[in-house]
Design a protein around this ligand. Sequence first.
Ligand code: SF4
Length: 599
Amino acid sequence: MGNEKQRKRLLRILDMVPSLKEILLSGSSLEVKRKRINDCLSNMLIATFDDDPAIPPLEWVLTRDAITAFKAMLSSRSEKLAGYSLLRYIDDLLHGRSLEDDEKPSSGFLAELEHLFRGITGKTRVYSEKAPAFVKYEGTRAAKLRSADLSRMGRTTQEFLNRYSCGLDDEVIRARSKNKARILKYFGATELEWEKWTWHTKHIIRNADVLNDLVKLTDEQYEAVKFAREHKIPFGITPYYLSLMDYEPGQRRDDAVRAQVIPSIDYVTKMKAFREISEPSMDFMLERDTSPIEGITRRYPMIVILKPVMTCPQICVYCQRNWEIEDVYSSDAIISKEKLDKAIDWIAERQEISEVLITGGDPFLLSNARIENLLYRLSRIDHVERIRIGTRTPVTLPQRLTDALARDINHFHNPGKREIVIVTHFEHPYEITPQAMAAVQKFRRYGMEVYNQLVYTFYNSRKFEASALRQKLRQIGVTSYYTFNTKGKEETDDYRVPIARLLQEQKEEARLLPGTARTDETVFNVPGLGKNYLRATQNHDMISILPDGRRVYEFHPWEKKLALVDTYVYTDVSIYEYLKKLRAFGEDASLYKSIWYYY
Ligand code: SF4
């Protein structure tokens, strides 16, 4: 699109609000324009509190949200934080000032503005024309009509949930048993060996050719795995997890499973470049600045993270700790005894710490004896009332969760005094298998809770996909705990999802499930500080839209109103590009049409 074309489209968008268009086209200075636009938007905002029968009441709410967001974006404070002036940019475009190629407005930018102006003028088309029939009646008549509407909604929800195959489906169980037989034959191993976790760790698949023999890879997957190994980027898949993949690529239903562990070319090339220069942005959560002593990370008053081991049986591509994990299942990733002693003493000296999260890495890669010893030492500290163990082994290596391990851990689970909690990491219903369920049940049998932390990536972000996971998790005894925004790490761009989609998912999908299956909190993890609850809109502001269509947000720290800690500025991924990718994935983008109205 040439500049003139973009200018014309912008003028058409501005036609929706002639008063703003007139101000923007005037010859006044930028500061005068800012003041006049602000006054104009303030008057429009006040008008939304009056009654206008021509506009449905809920459309008013969207108008109010859009005006408030636009006002925030035009403020000089937002400009300073974002390092860019949206107002100046629009002004330059309208007055035909020349722009460098990389400054030209993208389709994503114009789509954002168009939806913003639709919001401001009450023309979002989010709601159907007619109000539901039940609102006109009372009593049983209203109840029956309402019930019919709810049934329709429930059936639609169910249809969406049914789209996603689960590892507990009979047909999937049969397919996986064939996969297992194929893998066993390849390694010349027995069923008995398959049940031993050490057999799986010994046979972790690290090589592109072996992998390609066992499941068919796309050319890109093959190249990416090869590149990863050549450049020492951690890569590996346990034979068990491999059995969750369908043999042929492009089946869609195992996309999330493949993407979980098989990197993209973009990821491996960026990782190589970052590793060569020790790029600090890889440590997105600023662990270096929140680790008072080796092996400990602290972001909250009463909880600490203890990291006894810095490796996993396989590495999730988007892992926030990819900068400190050297290799898959590597023996030198265990913290030394001396350092672990110091870390435990450090916890013992701090009375206020009531909860320890043992993670890493995956602590269940330690031997039973080491795990028992660690729990014994922590349980001797009176003020430690809860020990959480963060592990993805129920998903990647359920054989690890033996009766003996569960029994050993249960010795330290002492209700009323000290609780042991398992926190795991299922990403997709396709990962839920009879073996995973049995592993979870080993802990539940002893009364230990099992929670799930979901990382919301492109590969589980389709309509109701995360809800399908939460439903199934509830059925196998796992409580959904957190849904995390993918960290804003450049190398994981292929996985990132706009903040607006997380908000939309919570409001329009998760909300339709029974409360027992939507127990999680959706969070954005603020580097160096910790979790920001996304649903609480007062905890973040949208402060700009960049020419490439990416939104800029300001996140408030959890300490807001408690301590004077600074806010954090974050550049999101573009909604337009995300929808484009969904379309390429076979999704109907119109199902996501309200995404633009979440700020
Ligand atoms: S299980 Fe956790 S620590 Fe291990 S690779 Fe995945 S995200 Fe990283």
